[in-house]
Write a protein that binds this ligand. Structure first.
Ligand code: UT7
Length: 310
C-alpha cells in the first residue's frame, strides 16, 4: 500500500507586513531584506487568530479537496512550534472542531522540518494498513514568539497554515523514499527562550549542506536521478539557501517553489503552503516527481521523494 497526498488546503492571514512597514519599526531596509533573504512581504495573524484557528481553516479545505469527511480521519498530526498552549495539543483542538471523532491526535515538534516528519510518520501507518486517512497540518503563528526589536529574526518569519490529507494511492505514486535526521549538538544555533534566538550564519551553513545532501539521498533511495525530478519544494527559509538546493539538483528556476517572497519563513507551514500555491498554479501535475526538503531548529532535517497523484 503506497501512501500519498490526496487532498490539500491552506490558510494565510489577510494582514500583509511589507519590508517597507518593517523599515518604520526597526533599523532595517527593504534592500537588505530582499537581497539577503528574498523576502518582500509576509502575513501576520490578528490577535484573535491563534495557531489552531489557522490550522482548522487549512484542514477544512484539505478534507474537502480529498473528498472525504472528517469522520473518516484516523489520525491527526500537527507540526508546529507555536501551539496555542503546551497542552492540549493543537491536534486535539482540531479533532474537536473538525468533528473527527475517531481520530487519534498529537503534535509533532521538529521545527521547520516538522511537516516532513509528519508526512513520513503518516506514511508508516498507511503503508502498514493500520490507518487509512491521516490529516497532516503544518501551522505556525511565529509572530507571537518574535522579538520585534530584533532585526536579526523579526524580518524573516511569517504566519500561516497548510494541510494535506494522506491516504492510500495507486501503485507507483505517493512517497517513494524519505530521509529524516537530527543533530542535537546544533540545538544552540536556533531555539526559543522567550523569543526566537538564532545564529543565522551557522544555520545557513548547515542548511545549504544538508538540503542538497538530503535531496540526493532520497533520489538514490528511490533509485532515481536528478534528471527525474520535476519540481522541488524546499522549506522556505532564505532564497539563497533554496537556490543552493536547486543548483545541486541542476533544476531550472521555474522548477522550484519560491513562496518565501510573499510569505517569508512560515516554519512548519512553508512546505504545505507551497504545495497548494504550486498546485493551483499548475506547476504540479499527476505523475510528477516532487522532492520536498526541510530543515530547522533541533537541528532537524527531512526530505521525501513523492510521485504526485492518487
Ligand atoms: O527555518 C530555519 C531558520 N533560519 C534560517 O534558515 C536562517 C539561516 N540564515 C540566514 O538566512 C542568514 O544568515 C540571515 C538572513 C539570517 C542573515 O544573512 P547573512 O548574510 O548571514 O548576514 P549576517 O548575519 O552575516 O549579517 C550581515 C550584517 C550584519 O552587520 P555587520 O555586523 O556586518 O555590521 C548584521 O548586523 O547585516 C546586519 N543585519 C541587518 N541589517 C539590516 C542583520 N539583520 C539585518 C536586518 N536589516 N534585518
Amino acid at each position: 500500500m503506497n501512501a500519498g497526498i490526496i487532498g490539500i488546503g491552506r490558510y494565510l492571514p489577510e494582514k500583509v507586513l511589507t519590508n517597507f512597514d518593517l523599515e518604520k519599526m526597526m533599523d532595517t531596509s527593504d534592500e537588505w531584506i530582499r537581497t539577503r533573504t528574498g523576502i518582500e512581504e509576509r502575513r501576520i495573524a490578528s490577535d484573535d487568530m491563534n495557531t489552531s484557528d489557522m490550522g482548522y481553516l487549512a484542514a477544512l479545505k484539505a478534507i474537502e479537496h480529498a473528498g472525504i469527511s472528517a469522520q473518516d480521519i484516523d489520525l491527526i498530526l500537527v507540526a508546529t512550534v507555536t501551539p496555542d498552549r503546551p497542552f492540549p495539543s493543537v491536534a486535539c483542538m482540531l479533532q474537536e472542531r473538525l468533528g473527527a471523532a475517531k481520530a487519534a491526535a498529537l503534535d509533532i515538534s521538529a521545527a521547520c522540518a516538522g511537516f516532513i516528519y509528519g508526512m513520513v510518520t503518516a506514511k508508516q501507518f498507511i503503508e502498514t494498513g493500520a490507518y487509512k486517512y491521516i490529516l497532516v497540518v503544518g501551522v505556525e503563528k511565529l509572530s507571537k514568539i518574535l522579538n520585534w526589536q530584533d532585526r536579526n529574526t523579526a524580518v524573516l518569519f511569517g504566519d500561516g497554515a497548510g494541510a494535506v490529507v494522506m491516504g492510500p494511492v495507486s501503485e507507483g505514486r505517493g512517497i517513494l523514499s524519505f530521509e529524516l535526521g537530527a543533530d542535537g549538538t546544533g540545538g544552540k544555533h536556533l531555539y526559543q527562550d522567550e523569543y526566537v534566538i538564532m545564529n543565522g550564519r551557522e544555520v545557513f551553513k548547515f542548511a545549504v549542506r544538508q538540503m542538497g545532501e538530503s535531496c540526493i539521498n532520497v533520489l538514490e533511495k528511490a533509485g532515481l536521478t536528478k534528471k527525474d525530478v520535476d519540481f522541488l519544494i524546499p522549506h522556505q527559509a532564505n532564497i539563497r539557501i533554496v537556490e543552493a538546493a536547486r543548483q545541486r539538483l541542476e533544476l531550472p528556476e521555474d522548477k522550484m517553489s519560491t513562496t518565501i517572497r510573499k510569505y517569508g519563513n512560515t516554519s512548519a507551514a512553508s512546505i504545505p503552503i507551497s504545495i497548494v500555491e504550486e498546485y493551483e498554479a499548475g506547476k504540479i501535475k499527476d505523475d510528477d516527481l516532487i522532492i520536498m526538503v526541510g530543515f530547522g531548529g533541533g537541528l532537524t532535517w527531512g526530505a521525501v521523494a513523492l510521485r504526485w497523484g492518487r
